[in-house]
Design a protein around this ligand. Sequence first.
Ligand code: FAD
Length: 484
Amino acid sequence: MPRDGPPGLAIMSPVRSIETDYLVVGAGAAGMSFTDALLSHAPADVVMVDKRPAPGGHWVDSYPFVRLHQPSACYGVTSRVLGTDRIDEHGTNAGFYERASGDEIRDYFAQVMEQTLLPTGRVTFLPLTEYRGEDADGHHLVSRFTGTETVVKVRTRFVDASCLQSEIPARHALPFAVEGRVTVIPPNGLGELDDVGGSFTVIGAGKTAMDTCCWLLEIGVDPDRIRWIRTRESWLFDRAVFQPLERVASYMRLQADWVEAALAAADASAFGHDLEERGAYVRIDPAIEPKIWRGATISRAEVAALQTIENVIRQGRVAGISETGITFAGGDQVPSGPGEVYVDCTAAGVPPVPTTPIFAPGRIALRYVTVGQATWSAAIVGTVEASGADDATKNRLTKPVPMSGEAAQMLEVVHAGLLSEVARARDAELLSWNQSCRLNPGHGAAERMADDPELIAAFSAMVTAIGPALRKLGGRSEVAAAPA
Ligand SMILES: Cc1cc2nc3c(=O)[nH]c(=O)nc-3n(C[C@H](O)[C@H](O)[C@H](O)COP(=O)(O)OP(=O)(O)OC[C@H]3O[C@@H](n4cnc5c(N)ncnc54)[C@H](O)[C@@H]3O)c2cc1C
């Protein structure tokens, strides 16, 4: 019978049927990390599907100058290292653990698939294949390439590994109108430009816009030729406090500061300012109260570079761009010169993820169970799934952390993150796995403790503050949940 194929084609193809223990939808970083952890602990077989042609998710389409914002040492899957744990010597990451480029990450996930998962003989990967939903026959997959339909019977669980998926400029629809001969490109298009006569307008307040501005400055664009439409300000982690391995004391100090600041803070704003005073948070414009917090890290050298861009426009969301300039949603207009290049960085990046329970009969929906660490969270869920516990226990060990991107919600994030972590710390087997898991930025801290007074001090400060902080944050959420 005819099936949907590429536009304009009706393809005649048979429907094939397969069976598997787990069907994992999404072979991005989260799906890969979940599957790697599951297979390390359980004798299961897995079918993985992704609409994209290769594993790696959004990294497959990322802009050429993208990098992890955190160290490679704690990103990817548990069973394979990413990078060489080098400390960078130059550039804005000097003095910090290396951060993989887009090419390195794509290559890494191709290796994880080709050299780790497929050789187990327990994984089938279907690229360019779209998951279309479930009915009484099973789960329906359609090849975007051939139109072939596959129906999958799932013996154990359907795993939605697309829940944390990133929205990136190369793949999203422009959220504003464009009229006339105007150059509007995603950051991916910057390398294709020749002889830019005009200036650059970077649109967006997130990490992609920061990366784009840093790259423009690095290749020699004068800061006066850059306008930055940055409606809201972000709190960002100083990369110096997010260092693993030999420098894990910095990360443990961050954990202590995080809990102490939450204990002291009257509200999310006070929490942010306290962490700024402690040196853990930074922001680009110290005169503006941040409204965004997505858990991104940045170096102070990058912040200093970004502060050289003085033409920052804060007139709200862009509604349209024409040959004469920009119209904002509130009606304001800002003129543009000829040859202006607009770089669209408005994609949501990591959109808000629901916090409904992860485990349900026959299903898993991946969520953050740590603060902003997608691959560590997915590995935890894969490991907990393989534990053989009942779903109520599994859900208790993997309480979702609400990553909404809003600074106003930071204390809810601290509370959920601590509850999730404390529940896992009470499970001896999971605690021992977690302490050695390479995706945990604090891994190895326990072994280094004896020789490092800084680590001992950070650890004891955290242990002292955690109980009172949990009681206080629990009280806050009871107040928030109480009927008016
Ligand atoms: C520029 C950038 C830098 C980042 N840096 C970091 C960092 O340093 N550290 C960190 O922890 N996080 C970082 N992140 C967050 C990032 O989102 C996660 O690290 C991680 O890559 C998310 O992986 P994912 O698998 O959840 O999502 P994605 O990478 O979006 O993958 C989801 C996959 O699901 C597939 N899919 C969706 N629906 C279907 C369907 N119906 N059928 C078939 N396939 C489907 C998609 O094609 C996609 O490939 C960064 C994000 C961005 C954008």
